[in-house]
Design a protein around this ligand. Structure first.
Ligand code: B12
Length: 488
């Protein structure tokens, strides 16, 4: 039996379908016996692994590993499994393993890494383990040779989601418990209708993996899958996980038309330059199709920083979109990564000013403020931070407090961001998010919302963000939800 393991990555209340594992399960169906263990839903995954091992002959442990909490949770599970079952191979896949392949392989408990899209590489790895194929010929696979040296096979061409079977949701123990209430509805599911992203923003972790490639599911298939989820699990809303949900206007129109009859409410991620060009009719169609909120990477309020990042949008486009989308009642969620290494002070000053302009153009716009933390690229694409960071060499090093905080952008402590500027960014974030608590926070009581707004409005009005002690104090009673860290 093959065990597909999804170490815990979020709180149980935020759990969603583990799509990565379901994608692997889809290609194993009717070919290989498998079991899924999901740490977001199972409080004792180590014991579940023991139970499975006692009952079945496990031939492979396949682990999905995203940077941050999931990587940290993967370490003890794999270490323990390796001790108990030294002859069972362990393969890691997912964003952590794909971005930091050598670090993953440096762990004694990782034998193989599947980089990027996993389905076909995984099936071929299984054949290689059975000696019906050579490891060297498996595209997208990395492994250790007989001398322990790392071998990285060639990239695998990207396949369309249309080429793979539907996800076997029923294979999850109690699949219904992944349908959770969110601000979108009482029963929200998740779906990813494309893989990759065609853009090459030079700070983004998606670029080194997909290298400017994207493949998108046909609108008919997306709608058919959602209709199935509606029928089977009575979903009323969906969060799309795509890095880039909107391809071009004709695709968006076709998809929106297919979604209208489903009457679902949804959230997705899009590009400002793509969506701002849509006609009023298309915006109207999107609204009717159930678009409630769309996440956009606005990144900075400085055009020179956007150019530095190879973002290929302008601040004028962001402002235009903020005003335009308001007319259609769709909430834009603008994310900023503030403190560019070239001139963090100027970037911070200009971005704070810009966010205030957005809020004037569209008070409903939601704002996410993070520090600028580029994701390292194998060919050195750190913008102006080359040589300023020496990246960890093992999962254990990535799990140390310093690197954990870096990964989760919690307290990055990076060389190019002076503490005083970091504090300014954090204080501004607290003030703006207290002044307009996100509508995504369905657990924030009305009195909490009112208290935060009341405490922060004078600060926002005067542009005075320093020492927000009263807001920090208020956080003890009503902690603000961080959508990017917790999911909707
Ligand atoms: C859902 C999600 C989350 C959820 C996880 C919920 C859950 N279900 O566990 C939550 C909200 C918790 C989360 C958190 C974070 N996330 Co996140 N997340 C995503 C998101 C939107 C979707 C992931 C997904 O399920 N995709 C669908 C599946 C099918 O795709 P997949 O995971 O890539 O799987 C394929 C391959 O990778 C591979 N594969 C994956 N696992 C395995 C395992 C094996 C054995 C094999 C063979 C293959 C394989 O095969 C799969 C099928 O082809 C992605 C963006 C994206 N679209 O990918 C970001 C993303 C993965 N997250 C990212 C990051 C950084 C984080 C954080 C660490 C930091 C942050 N600020 O966002 C936090 C952690 C915060 C914390 N808790 O403190 C980055 C990773 C890249 C990077 N920049 O380092 C991404 C790409 C977002 C981005 N654009 O920056 N995240």
């Amino acid at each position: 039996m093959i065990v597909l393991l999804h170490p815990r990555s979020t709180r149980p209340r935020n759990r969603r379908f583990p799509l990565a594992l379901l994608s692997l399960a889809a290609v194993l169906e009717r070919k290989e016996p498998y079991a899924i263990v999901d740490g977001n839903a199972d409080p004792h995954p180590a014991q579940t692994l023991d139970r499975l091992a006692a009952k079945h002959h496990i031939t492979l442990l396949a682990v999905s590993v995203m940077p941050g909490p999931q990587m940290v949770a993967a370490i003890p599970l794999c270490r323990d499994f390796r001790l108990k079952h030294p002859s069972v191979p362990i393969v890691w896949g997912g964003y952590f393993a794909s971005l930091y392949t050598d670090a993953a392989l440096n762990a004694k408990y990782v034998d193989f890494v599947v980089r990027g899209q996993g389905e076909e590489t995984f099936l071929e790895l299984i054949e290689a383990l059975r000696a019906t194929r050579r490891y060297a010929g498996v595209r997208g696979l990395s492994y250790k040779d007989d001398f322990g040296l790392h071998v990285h096979n060639a990239e695998r061409p990207l396949r369309s989601p249309n080429d793979f079977p539907w996800l076997p949701y029923d294979s999850l123990p109690n699949a219904g418990k992944y349908i959770m209430p969110t601000f979108l509805g009482r029963r929200t599911a998740v779906h990813q209708a494309s893989i990759g992203c065609p853009f090459r923003c030079n700070f983004c972790g998606v670029v080194p993996i997909f290298q400017g490639r994207q493949r998108t599911e046909a609108p008919e298939r997306t709608a058919a899958i959602l209709a199935h989820l509606q029928e089977k699990y009575r979903i009323d809303s969906v969060q799309f996980y795509d890095n880039n949900f909107f391809l071009n206007e004709s695709h968006t129109v076709a998809l929106a038309q297919k979604l209208i009859p489903l009457r679902l409410q949804w959230w997705s991620e899009g590009r400002i330059d793509t969506v701002v060009r849509y006609s009023d009719e298309t915006f109207g169609l999107l609204k009717r199709a159930g678009a409630k909120m769309i996440f956009f990477g606005a990144e900075s309020g400085s055009d020179w920083v956007l150019e530095e990042m190879n973002k290929r949008i302008t601040t004028d486009q962001t402002l235009e979109l903020a005003a335009k989308i308001r007319r259609f009642g769709i909430v834009p969620e603008f994310s900023f990564v503030v403190g560019n290494p070239k001139n963090p002070e100027r970037d911070t000053r200009e971005t704070i000013r810009f966010i205030r302009r957005i809020k004037r153009a569209n008070p409903d716009a939601e704002i996410i403020v993070q520090h600028y933390i580029p994701t390292p690229h194998p060919d050195g694409m750190y913008g102006h931070v080359e040589g300023k960071i020496q990246f960890p060499r093992t999962p254990e090093e990535w799990a140390t407090e310093r690197w954990y905080n870096f990964t989760t952008r919690h307290d990055p402590n990076v060389a190019w961001l002076p503490r005083s500027i970091k504090r300014r960014i954090d204080n501004f974030e607290l003030v703006v998010n207290s002044r307009w608590p996100t509508i995504q926070d369905i657990q924030l009581p009305g009195w909490g919302r009112a208290m935060l707004q009341c405490l922060s409005s004078w600060r926002y009005m005067l542009g005075f963000y320093e020492f927000p002690v009263e807001l920090q104090w208020a956080q003890r009673f009503v902690s603000l939800r961080k959508p990017r860290l917790e999911s909707l």
